[in-house]
Design a binder for this molecule. Sequence first.
Ligand code: ADE
Ligand code: ZN
Length: 341
Amino acid sequence: MSVYECSEHMDNFLRELPKCEHHVHLEGTLEPSLLFNLAKRNNITLPDHFPPTIEDCAVRYNNFADLQDFLDHYYIGMSVLIQENDFYDLAMEYFTKAHADGCLHSEVFFDPQGHVERGISIDTVVEGFNRACKKANELFGTTNKLIMCLLRHLPAESGLKTIQDAHKYYESGILHGLGLDSSEKPFPPHLFTECYQAVKDKFPDVGLTAHAGEEGDHSFVSHSLDLLKVSRIDHGVNSQHSDELLARLAANQTMLSLCPLSNVKLQVVKDVRELPIELFFNKNVPFSINSDDPAYFGGYILDNYRAVHTRFGFTGEQWSKIAMNGINGSWCDEARKQELR
Ligand code: ADE
Ligand code: ZN
């Protein structure tokens, strides 16, 4: 349902825009090619119902019924990640692609509980990812921050234990944020109040964010703001149904990290055109455009920018404002923000 053309000139413009990514799960950047390579390298037998070839993955990835259907697949996919080098290779593939797309700064999620419950230590995960962050900075000059997410389908006690295990990484500044992901509707924000409070008490400078309003209604967004004290919202599309919430997001300049192609693949909307992107823009609600789980949803950051452009036809000036909001909403220091501008 493309309405506007993305001319070569516009494509170059979008690539050159100073883009920041705030919503990408490193485990969701696991391309089928790397997934099958790692399965072989680590002697992992995938379950019978997992697509057996790259081509079968492409078909399956085009047919997710909803968020849960995707997550069931995503947790099997990540089971091939075993050694520190696997986590390093995974993140390096993402950073290389993001750099090629003209992304200058990435704040990336990962799900330690999805690995620890398989017997992988959090150190293996964080050390591998952190090594890749440093290498990408060295090779490409891009800046990268790690955001640890808690899985909301697991109890808050497991979240608190994970926060304890990550203590030294928050203390040393290797981890920059706390997020909340996985199945949304059955696990509302209030269940995790204590987890967020624990991080806020010990590390007041750590950035707080949470997935909300992807499948859950707008109360998931306002409760994340009220109870978890987040300064950013991941997705937040359902904020569109509350004028009061929209006014609050605009007044506080709370950024939504939108993921247009993800919303189509997970059946939140039938087409990117149905997303309230114009509404957010016109109501002065800041947002960034992100890829979420690009290996599964068929597009990295630039593909998401293109998809939005072909549906909404923003002008260069409007795109520059969107990019500027992304820089302002980033968790890098003021000096880096100045460089990005
Ligand atoms: N984990 C990975 N991708 C996710 C998404 N889109 N929503 C919730 N949890 C996720
Ligand atoms: Zn997400």
